[in-house]
Write a protein that binds this ligand. Structure first.
Ligand SMILES: Nc1ncnc2c1ncn2[C@@H]1O[C@H](COP(=O)(O)OP(=O)(O)OP(=O)(O)O)[C@@H](O)[C@H]1O
Ligand SMILES: [Mg+2]
Length: 372
């Protein structure tokens, strides 16, 4: 339930009490909304006082008479427009003329209600203005968050692409100028490094594409019977280089085969992200546990590490886009902070859930349940 504040501005006591009576205990609901709206009412006789109230309090809807003792309703409307208050105004007046209606609408009044009106007309008008206000506010909110996400996307993308582009460019220049001689073998290390950087750029771009596709509902799902243990083994292969480098012991507990109806690429993303984190954020000579099990009617996937762990605060933001823990231990670990947010969206599509247990300096455990 949400409360909206209605300010009634009319110099006639009869109208003010009439509106109060008409809107008493009014509840408005829309099929597209979970919450009902209820209304708090305040009233005043003059335009001057109306402006004072609007400046002090958060008013949502103004029912505004035009003919008032001091300044006119239309001037109150002009003030509201000038100050860009986030509220909706409906004019109520017995001197309804086309002229005034045009002027009021030009100044941003949402609607016009001629006096006298019935209770039914009043309620219908308030329902209407509530819907208008709600949709207007939602649109504003969406525009803002859209822009924010787009900005974050672009800044992360450009930031993350800058250093590999510089590196590859540097290597190519060295080769172009044949700085270490004519023997191609002398450049092998640079070529390999360049290839690695290009691979990580491609991964970043793919991650961002995945996320955009999932978010816009455009990701095609290809659900069929497959053995997820095979996917698990491929995922383990792909972390092999870093596992070797950090000397991590990988322990697995799988059935020989686990055939189920899923989208292979979604399962791949889940495994890859959990495993890559469990290696990246592990300590040298640490351990990694990876198990897949059928429990009741669920697939339970557990990935546990003996790494740096997370604080409560880091844990609570874990699935947000671009979230990366920033501290001494993570400073030299690269990533975009997108992996887990993609994973979470995929788990949601599969109507599953994910739990995280983590202790700083001890390690982290991710438990994923997917319905069969
Ligand atoms: N197993 C883990 N142990 C400790 N911290 C972790 C672990 N997994 C994730 N985190 C923290 O959560 C953050 C978000 O993880 P996420 O996988 O989304 O992004 P990332 O690993 O930084 O980048 P990428 O998009 O390349 O996966 C990480 O930056 C890290 O701070
Ligand atoms: Mg990651």
């Amino acid at each position: 339930m949400k409360n909206l504040k209605i300010l009634i501005v009319d110099d006639e006591l009869g109208i003010r009490t009439g509106i109060r009576r008409g809107l008493k205990n009014l509840r408005v609901s829309f099929p597209f909304l979970e919450n009902d709206f209820e209304y708090d009412l305040i009233d005043t006789e003059t335009g001057e006082e109306a402006i004072e109230i609007i400046e002090k309090e958060k008013v949502d809807i103004v029912l505004l008479d035009n003919k008032l003792p001091g300044i006119e309703g239309i001037e109150v409307l002009e003030h509201i427009k000038k100050k860009k208050y986030d509220l909706a105004v409906m004019m109520i007046t017995s001197y309804a003329s086309i002229d005034l209606a045009v002027k009021a609408t030009n100044n941003g009044a949402f609607n016009f209600m001629p006096k006298p009106f019935t209770r039914q007309e009043l309620i219908a008008a308030v329902e209407n203005i509530t819907k208008h206000l709600y949709l207007k506010r939602m649109t504003e909110k969406m525009k803002k968050s859209d822009r924010k996400i787009r900005f974050q996307f672009l800044s992360v993308l450009s930031h993350e692409l800058k250093s590999p582009i510089n590196a590859v460019e540097g290597y190519l220049q060295i080769m172009n100028e044949k700085q270490v001689g004519n023997n191609i073998a002398s450049y092998e290390k640079m070529i390999n490094r360049s290839l690695e950087r290009i691979k990580s750029m491609r991964n970043l771009i793919m991650d961002m594409l995945d996320l955009t596709k999932i978010e816009s509902g455009e990701k095609n799902r290809n659900i069929r019977q497959i053995d997820i243990i095979q996917i698990a083994r491929i995922a383990i292969d792909s972390i092999e280089p870093l596992v070797k480098q950090k000397n991590i012991k990988v322990n697995t507990k799988f059935p020989d085969e686990f055939i189920t109806k899923v989208d292979a690429s979604e399962i791949e993303i889940i495994f890859n992200n959990l495993l890559s984190n469990a290696v990246k954020y592990n300590k040298d000579d640490g351990e990694l546990f990876f198990s897949i099990e059928k429990i009741n009617n669920k697939i339970q996937i557990i990935v546990e590490d003996t790494g740096i762990g997370m604080s409560e605060k880091e844990k609570s933001n874990l699935f947000k886009e671009f979230m990366r823990a920033k501290n001494k231990k993570t400073r030299n670990i690269t990533g975009t902070g997108l992996g887990l947010s993609i994973l979470k969206k995929i788990i949601d599509i599969n109507k599953g859930n994910i739990k995280v247990e983590s202790e700083l300096d001890k390690g982290s455990k991710f438990i994923v349940n997917l319905n069969l």
